[in-house]
Write a protein that binds this ligand. Structure first.
Ligand code: FAD
Length: 428
């Protein structure tokens, strides 16, 4: 009987929170245990480089549910509990409990939502004080404390979303900010060179210096504290604080040592089922079979963590699922907010079509309004990705347009008078 069963969720992020919620909403009445190695209830991370970092949001804003919610829903959240060994055949998991006794738990079904950790710089000077990464709430608190002193020389290594958001926050506190970008433009891998240039223009307009085509090879310091970053170009950039935003590494070790199929992440089918019976994976750590791309896809974004976690929760409750979300993410930098939906893989050689006023260069950024929708139109005439910049409530229609697979023309896409709903073939 399901009411006598136990499901265990390993993880302390949004995927874990979404899973236990949906397991209960799907009517699972058995025991639910969450093993979260961090000392707090599962939390979400976007505010760590936005509202919490800038000081506008409280720490409580990062929690989808507070501890009362878990108690009310009879979810046993074990904080400071690290899952250290999984035996899929025996259906058991070993747990190291900080400030408590280690234990072995039996489970009927288990979800691995172990997420990812920040990739760290390992070169000379990596251990100096003043060197930061940004993944956890304590990371964000430490960074915020350092940034809000103001007037410091901040070097951000990496032109990805987290690096740029942190650069914006650092400028907001009145620091001098230099962003080091390895490629031609920030965010180039995610949105292409034109939109990457637009983001560079945005940051330059706010006084950030963006150094392109360079990486950090070493850090130098004095009395144990960082004083400069040495670039691959040989140049040395003075620094009181260095933040590495150089990507994340999926936490696959538990799954790998249990013999599960692991590649770039924990490999699952479209139902989030791993190679072991009764073991599922969701969120940043899961490489999920995507029928549209015909390959496994690992997505490191908030919406995916929530949606795949919720789908996995239904699977834990023995409800049938097929996970097929269009990847989605958002960012807020200065006064620019944007949402992106779509398949980066398919967008690589697509034509970019702009509806509204979104410049594709850094130079024109100063006088542009940065307000509109950008579409990636594949050669076969289908939209494979879309990004709305400072216009809202359109992303669901963009997603429907992508899902519809309808052939549309670049003129219709660029023309604001043609409703997206009509392009997506929505019933009137
Ligand atoms: P995580 O949030 O990484 O949580 C995994 C948890 O599992 C961690 O608490 C970890 O300690 C725990 N854990 C790992 N191993 C074990 C173990 N063996 N035992 C017990 N516990 C374990 N996405 C967007 O779309 N938009 C944004 O604006 C955005 N901003 C972001 C800003 C920051 C600073 C960061 C770091 C990420 C941001 N993201 C954003 C990405 C988004 O937050 C992630 O996709 C999401 O956090 C993934 O959730 P998750 O539950 O899969 O994993």
């Amino acid at each position: 009987m399901a009411s006598q069963q136990r499901v265990v969720v390993v993880g302390g992020g949004l995927a874990a929170a979404g899973a236990v919620r949906s397991a209960r909403e799907s009517g699972f009445e058995g025991e639910v245990v969450v093993l979260a190695e961090e000392p707090r209830a599962p939390y979400e991370r976007p505010p760590l480089s936005k509202g919490y970092l800038t000081g506008s949001d409280a720490a409580s804003s990062v929690s989808p549910h507070d501890l009362r919610w878990y108690r009310r829903h009879e979810v046993d959240v074990r904080r400071g509990a690290r899952a250290v060994a999984l035996d899929p055949a025996a259906h058991t998991i070993d747990v190291e409990q900080r400030d408590g006794e280690d234990s072995t738990l039996a489970f009927d079904r288990l979800l691995l939502a172990t997420g990812a950790r920040a990739r760290r710089f390992t070169g000379p000077g990596a251990g100096l004080r003043g060197v930061h990464v940004l993944r956890t709430l304590p990371d964000s608190t430490r960074l915020r404390t350092a940034l809000r002193v103001g007037g410091r020389r901040v070097v951000v290594v990496g032109g990805g979303w987290i690096g740029l958001e942190a650069a914006a926050a650092a400028r907001g506190y009145g620091n001098d900010v230099t962003v080091i970008v390895r490629g031609g433009e920030p965010l180039e891998a995610a949105v292409g060179a034109g939109l990457g240039a637009m983001f560079r223009g945005l940051h330059e307009q706010h006084g950030v210096e963006v150094r392109r085509g360079a990486s950090v090879t070493a850090l130098r310091g004095a009395r144990g504290r960082v004083t400069s970053a040495v670039l691959s170009t040989g140049e040395e950039v003075p620094a009181d604080l260095v933040l590495f935003g150089i990507g994340a590494v999926p936490n696959v070790e538990l799954a790998a040592s249990a013999g599960l199929h692991v590649d770039d992440g924990i490999v699952t089918d479209a139902s989030l089922r791993t190679s072991a019976d009764d073991v599922f994976a969701a969120g940043d750590v899961a490489a999920v079979w995507n029928p549209r791309l015909e390959r496994h896809l690992r997505v490191e974004h908030w919406a995916n963590a929530g949606a795949s976690g919720a789908a996995a929760g239904r699977a834990l409750a023995l409800a049938p699922i097929a996970f097929d979300e269009v990847p989605y993410f958002f960012t807020d930098q200065y006064d620019l907010g944007m949402e992106y939906s779509g398949y980066g893989d398919l967008a690589a050689d697509a034509e970019i079509v702009v509806r509204g006023d979104v410049p594709l260069t850094a130079a024109s950024a100063a006088d542009a309004r940065r307000e509109g929708i950008v579409f990636w139109l594949a050669r076969d005439g289908r939209v494979v990705a879309g990004m709305n910049v400072n216009v809202w409530d359109v992303n669901p229609a963009v997603q429907r347009l992508i899902r519809s697979g309808r052939v549309v023309s670049r003129d219709e896409l660029a023309d604001s008078s043609v409703p997206l709903e009509a392009l997506a073939g929505d019933a009137a």
